[in-house]
Design a protein around this ligand. Structure first.
Ligand SMILES: NC(=O)C1=CN([C@@H]2O[C@H](COP(=O)(O)OP(=O)(O)OC[C@H]3O[C@@H](n4cnc5c(N)ncnc54)[C@H](O)[C@@H]3O)[C@@H](O)[C@H]2O)C=CC1
Ligand SMILES: O=C(O)[C@H]1O[C@H](OP(=O)(O)OP(=O)(O)OC[C@H]2O[C@@H](n3ccc(=O)[nH]c3=O)[C@H](O)[C@@H]2O)[C@H](O)[C@@H](O)[C@@H]1O
Length: 471
């Protein structure tokens, strides 16, 4: 059998991964019809919105959707039709950490992957290549295959591939246009290799073939967890060093610069911060911890768990620094938190360090004013309510205000906490901000973003993560 030439793709899941990934496939492969389906009507409506107010904020995404939507890119809630028409289906649904039952708090909740797989099994009338795009535990493809094969009609077959996504939010379009690599895992049978070839040919429309890596299914699944674990481990390592810097007078920027010059270490992903956030690092490491424990490898599990524990430590350490510096109490004090998203250039707040900081400040009975250029107000209330179970939202609202600009957020406050590295915070008119603050005016830079010396000259007392000096 020769590899199938893919002409119609369906992507199940129109989220942060399914949306941008398949929009880029549509852009780069005008000869392929791409339909992105989702059960969430509001999300699909936003993807179809005439004025391109898309459901996610991602630089460059609107341009891609503008070019392809209605040409060969479609968004729909008709999941069954999407499945039936396609010869290749991406499963790009959410795989959050399980909240209850066996493995709660660690294992991935595969309920959405299983529902999508069962839907494919139920409605497919012809052979399909089914591609696991979601990040899943090692050997999930086997469960998918079992479900699909148990339901295949005579004369039809399902081939399962793993094709994890490595894009980062905020740079998704650039990452998809020029990926470091595309990873495709397949069974090493002739049918598995043919399916792999079919998907590789889709990517080959714009990705150089030497960057398309083909491996076994289980290696591909594990490589995704491994990549996220190694990236998060680097951040926890630099953050652990930032605590030593603060205690010794060393400067984490200088340390990162010095070690990053070693070509074996490299300069990227060594930026100390108030802690990593995002929907995946923590979830994927906890998943790896759970996998290690299930495999009776407790030392391996403990090793990876420590990466997450260090991150929790970093977030609380930073809130404690704020309290300590503000004369050991923030009760009744007014704090501006600049940034609510988990990183710059996204409106995504999942696992954002800002949420932990704000929860700590509210627990200390401070008043908090939040400003973020991309996060919707409704999302901030949702996140804070979820972070403080048992506390009625009306009570949270007595302590929290949402501002529409950074200078407005900072007015009449004792302290400013920079929680997200938005470029616009670097460009704030700090002299004016200073004149409108209560004195002494404090800045806590959790992102190594502002020029601390310049701010000190204005009169601010600045504390920067990973720097020993404080005034
Ligand atoms: N967010 C990111 O930057 C990255 C995420 N990933 C992984 O990709 C996967 C998806 O992540 P996101 O796109 O962030 O999630 P998301 O939550 O933004 O999107 C998932 C979408 O799937 C839909 N969905 C769930 N079950 C469905 C079903 N049975 N039929 C149709 N639609 C269904 C949901 O309504 C939702 O819109 C996860 O496994 C994640 O770990 C991987 C790389 C990057
Ligand atoms: O599986 C995923 O979801 C994705 O997770 C991360 O992407 P993302 O979470 O979107 O963003 P990152 O740029 O990795 O940042 C994650 C967190 O680490 C923080 N970070 C990053 C880099 C750094 O040097 N220091 C640091 O604190 C960021 O501020 C952010 O809170 C990975 O970078 C992607 O390769 C992966 O596909």
């Amino acid at each position: 059998m020769a590899p199938v030439k893919v002409t119609k793709i369906c992507c199940i899941g129109a989220g942060y991964v399914g949306g941008p990934t398949c929009a880029v496939i549509a852009l780069k492969c005008p000869h392929i019809q791409v339909t992105i389906v989702d059960l969430n009507q509001a999300r699909i409506d936003a993807w179809n919105c005439p004025d391109f107010k898309l459901p996610i904020y991602e630089p460059g995404l609107v341009d891609v959707v503008k070019q392809a939507r209605g040409r060969n890119l479609f968004f729909s809630t008709d999941v069954d039709k999407g499945i039936q028409e396609a010869d290749l289906i991406f499963v790009s649904v959410n795989t959050p950490t399980k909240k209850s039952g066996v493995g709660a708090g660690f294992a991935a909740d595969l309920n959405y992957v299983e529902s999508a797989t069962r839907r494919i099994a139920a409605v497919a009338q012809s052979s399909k290549i089914v591609v696991e795009k979601s990040t899943v535990p090692c050997r999930t493809a086997e469960s998918m295959r079992t479900i699909l094969e148990a339901n295949s009609r005579p004369g039809t077959r399902f081939d399962i591939l793993s094709n994890p996504e490595f894009l980062a939010e905020g740079t998704a379009i650039a990452d998809l246009f020029k990926p470091d690599r595309v990873l495709i895992g397949s069974l090493q049978t002739s049918e598995g290799k043919d399916a792999c070839q079919s998907l590789a040919e889709v990517y080959a429309n714009w990705v150089p073939t030497e960057r398309i890596l083909t491996v076994g299914l289980w290696s591909s699944e594990l490589s995704k967890l491994a990549a996220n674990a190694m990236l998060a481990q680097r951040i926890s390592s630099i953050n652990a060093l930032s605590a030593i810097c603060e205690a010794t007078g060393a400067n984490i920027d200088e340390v990162a610069h010095a070690i990053g010059f070693d070509s074996r270490i490299g300069p990227k992903f060594l930026r100390a911060s108030v802690g990593f956030g995002g929907s995946c690092f923590q979830k994927d490491i906890l998943n790896l911890v759970y996998l290690s424990e299930s495999l009776h490898l407790p030392q391996v599990a403990a090793y990876w768990r420590q990466v997450v524990e260090m991150n929790e430590y970093q977030k609380h350490r930073f809130s404690k620094t704020v309290v300590d510096t503000l004369f050991n109490t923030i009760t009744g004090k007014h704090i501006a938190v600049l940034g609510f998203a988990f990183k710059a250039d996204t409106g995504d707040t999942r696992e954002s360090a800002a949420i932990t900081l704000i929860r700590d400040f509210l627990t200390e009975r401070a008043y908090v004013t939040i400003y973020d250029p991309q996060v919707e107000e409704s999302q901030i209330w949702l996140d804070l309510a979820e972070a403080m179970p048992g506390v009625p939202l009306e009570n949270i609202k007595k302590q929290v205000t949402i501002a529409s600009s950074a200078p407005e957020a900072c007015k009449n406050k004792e302290a400013i906490v920079i929680a997200t590295e938005w470029k616009e915070f670097r460009e704030i008119d700090w002299e004016t901000v200073y004149t409108h603050m209560n004195k002494p005016a404090f800045v806590f830079d959790g992102r190594l973003l502002v020029d601390a010396d310049k701010l000190r000259k204005i009169g601010f007392r600045v504390t920067t993560i990973g720097r020993g000096e404080r005034t």
